[in-house]
Design a protein. Structure first.
Length: 380
């Protein structure tokens, strides 16, 4: 048997193993429907818009925290929040009336919103930071054979979801949206309806058509890029849902949060605190080389367009807020970010990458010290 035949046999066997392995994980994670309806039937119902208005009737300012996606870079805004907590003596949940997050931002916002059962909040940003590296290494993990049979994420999701689900279960247990005291906004992309949806822990006062969710299932979907983790199907609210990370379409939910707060509090001051974590937010895009037309020109545009990064949504948010001010809306927009950071990996959990991320976070805090001091003074 010559070398060509040996290689051919090995290749055929490998392709066969890949096919059956991908069928296995598809059946395991995507075809099995987890019925959550029965477990949620007797739980609390979502609060209404009117209840939120009444709760904050005496507030002069509505404070909103917005955290975007960024994978392991999610530790960057936590370090800013640590400073705010240390200086004010309060947990992050006590500092903001609304929180909105996408992807890793959704994970952090949801954890910071978990109640302690005594009208307070169970977790601080410092609690998350303390276990952050250990947790992300558990999340971004898979057996050696998974890496080989997916060719390191080319043929299938790069990681298996068990580690991530275990971490979320540890933070959320059986906590649902309705259990939260403050107000949480989480965008998701619903594959079952092929639509972007914004999940909130309150419902309209008239046609209460929003659904309660277990946080662990909602947040797993909201932070679940299909190239990294296998999505799961679950049945709730009379429908089968398959949620994935909406980051490519909506990585910055600040505009959504502003609209929700504005509708409920049109005469109050709204303060939006958006904390970046590096990446493409501050990157400049040049298109002078894109004089070509046709398919090649389109390809160049897609590779270089800010629409495929968080920069697009960040630019849109800032433009919208500036226009809203022109119409008389009192908006205090505090954007904490720093140039660069796009070289920081979103999935690399090595000590080297985490050290680079910590260095970026230190630079970000130094460059934004005046804004941080301002927030400490107004949130105290």
């Amino acid at each position: 048997m010559n070398i060509f035949n040996v290689v051919f046999i090995i290749l055929v066997c490998y392709i066969g193993l890949v096919y059956f392995y991908l069928k296995h994980i598809t059946n395991k994670y995507l075809k099995v429907v987890i019925d959550l309806s029965t477990a949620l039937d007797n739980r609390l119902k979502l609060k209404t818009n009117q209840m939120i208005r009444e709760k904050y009737a005496d507030n002069d300012v509505i404070n909103i925290l917005v955290l975007t996606g960024g994978g392991v870079r999610g530790i960057v805004p936590l370090q800013i929040l640590n400073k705010l907590e240390e200086a004010t003596g309060k947990k992050t949940g006590e500092l903001f009336e609304f929180m909105a997050g996408t992807s890793t931002g959704a994970i952090n916002c949801a954890i910071l919103s978990v109640p302690d059962g005594d009208a307070g909040y169970k977790f601080s940003s410092q609690d998350i930071s303390r276990d952050y590296v250990r947790n992300i290494r558990r999340m971004f993990s898979a057996p050696w054979y998974h890496h080989i049979l997916t060719l390191f994420g080319i043929f299938g999701p790069r990681y298996l979801p068990e580690g991530k689900l275990e971490i979320l279960e540890g933070y959320f247990a059986d906590c649902t949206l309705a259990d939260l005291q403050n107000n949480l906004i989480v965008p998701v992309y619903d594959l079952s309806e092929n639509a972007l949806r914004v999940i909130r822990n309150w419902e309209p006062s008239l046609d209460g058509n929003y659904t309660n969710y277990f946080l662990r299932d909602l947040i797993h979907g909201a932070s679940n890029p299909p190239m990294l983790f296998s999505p799961r199907r679950f049945f709730v609210g009379g429908k089968t849902r398959v949620f994935i990370d909406p980051g490519v379409i909506l990585n910055n939910p600040a505009e959504v949060a502003l609209l929700n707060a504005w509708f409920m509090f049109p005469n109050k001051k709204i303060r939006i605190v958006l904390i970046g974590n590096g990446g493409n937010d501050a990157e400049s895009y040049g298109h002078t080389h894109m004089a070509e037309f046709g398919a090649y020109g389109l390809f160049q545009y897609l590779l270089n367009s800010p629409i495929i990064s968080s920069k697009f949504s960040t630019d849109l948010v800032q433009e919208y807020i500036y226009e809203a001010r022109d119409y008389g809306l009192d908006v205090d927009f505090v954007y904490i970010n720093s140039d660069g950071g796009h070289e920081l990996s979103t999935v690399d959990t090595s000590s080297q990458n985490m050290e680079k991320i910590n260095q970026y976070a230190a630079r970000l805090m130094a460059e934004n010290q005046e804004k941080i001091d301002y927030l400490i003074s107004v949130l105290k």
